[in-house]
Design a protein around this ligand. Structure first.
Ligand code: NDP
Length: 332
């Protein structure tokens, strides 16, 4: 498709220091000059989208801007042999939805290297139930497994458990046979976390500050989606040789710790980036998530919204009130 097409997008404008998102009609002529044009049927909601929509300049430098760090759809024009015309693809991360118009619009134009073929077992809708958050949970679990974590070594804890990354991490770890302790600030989500397979649910006060540099080592491993003081406290509670996969920052970016968990217990702090890793590494995790790691309960509990629901849903992320997975369906 080379002709101009008009499409609908949810775009954020900066007005007197305030950031306001609304649906508007845009033209494919105004998309960046990249080699693959994709008709997007679905996107997924992520914490980073909420930051972009709120005007966070660390995520999006200039406005107006169409957020959406995830997109799934069909290639409608390609200057590259890969992907090909008509191919179903997934795009997550890189600059999508940051400073490149993202999946909250019905079209995106991106470099071919950002595209991953849609796993054959998935529709675009299913892929966007997982999205970047599911990919990140998969990467965290993959890193823990590569460090040799085994179910018989003990409990694995997930922080921010009711969130988009947390819910997939809880279900996936439980499915793989781990005893999962979910840490969640939302009493209302405790039932849902149990359904996903958490064997125990504890409040966020579980990770209140302890003066001691080390406390009883309770956990064999952890997926930490919150960072800040919670991560510092988590490190004090990891068994000798255990690992923490660290991916998030909702509780803060600064982590005040001592070296003691590392030098006295050999604890491993594993960084997880889902954004800039090569597409082949993303594809390896998508293959697992769409195959042996498929999370049926997360899929069943995901909620669909249309563009008109974006404003409220994104605000809930920033308030720490969002839960589970939310899919943007452009046909709604
Ligand atoms: P969500 O908002 O869906 O989930 C975060 C959860 O953290 C909340 O639901 C809440 O869960 C808990 N939480 C919120 N505020 C606080 C707080 N102040 N202190 C402690 N816990 C809190 O976000 P996502 O799951 O989409 O993302 C989680 C984090 O991971 C974000 O920081 C995001 O930027 C990051 N991320 C990083 C990626 C990477 O590549 N490294 C990729 C994707 C996400 P509860 O109420 O259950 O405690």
């Amino acid at each position: 498709m080379t002709e101009t097409t008009e499409y609908q997008a949810w775009r954020v404008h900066e007005k007197d220091g305030k950031y306001v998102g609304a649906e508007e009609t845009l033209s494919t002529d105004d998309l960046p000059d990249n080699d693959v044009l994709i008709r997007v049927s679905h996107s997924s909601l992520n914490y980073k989208d909420a930051l972009s929509a709120a005007g966070n300049k660390g995520v999006t430098r200039s406005f107006p801007h169409t957020p959406g760090i995830d997109a799934a759809g069909e290639v409608v024009a390609s200057k590259s042999g890969n992907p090909t015309l008509g191919q179903k693809v997934l795009v997550t991360g890189y600059d999508l939805g940051m400073n490149t118009p993202g999946g909250f619009g019905e079209y995106i134009r991106v470099p071919s290297g950002w595209c991953v073929p849609m796993p054959s077992a998935w529709s675009a809708h299913t892929a966007m139930i997982y999205g970047t958050a599911g990919l990140t949970a998969g990467l965290c679990v993959d890193k823990l497994l590569r460090m040799g974590l085994k179910p018989e070594q003990g409990k694995v804890v997930v922080t921010g458990a009711s969130g988009a990354v947390g819910t997939v991490a809880v279900e996936l770890l439980a499915k793989l046979g781990y005893e999962v302790v979910a840490i969640s600030g939302k009493d209302k989500q405790h039932g849902e976390l149990k359904k996903l397979g958490a064997s125990e649910i504890r409040g966020r006060n579980e990770l209140d500050h302890e003066k001691k540099p080390l406390v009883r080592p309770e956990f064999a491993g952890a997926v930490d989606t919150v960072g800040g003081g919670a991560l510092a406290e988590l490190l004090k509670r990891i068994q000798p040789g255990g690992s923490v996969a660290c991916c998030g920052l909702v509780a803060g970016t600064e982590v005040q710790t001592t070296v003691l968990p590392f030098i006295l217990r050999g604890v491993n702090l594993l960084g997880v980036d889902s954004v800039e890793i090569p597409a082949a590494e993303k594809q390896a995790i998508w293959d697992k998530l769409s195959g042996p790691w498929r999370c049926a309960k997360t899929e069943a509990s995901a909620r669909d919204i249309g563009r008109s629901g974006l404003d409220d849903a994104l605000k809930a992320f920033l308030a720490g009130d969002s839960h589970g997975k939310i899919v943007l369906d452009h046909s709604r």
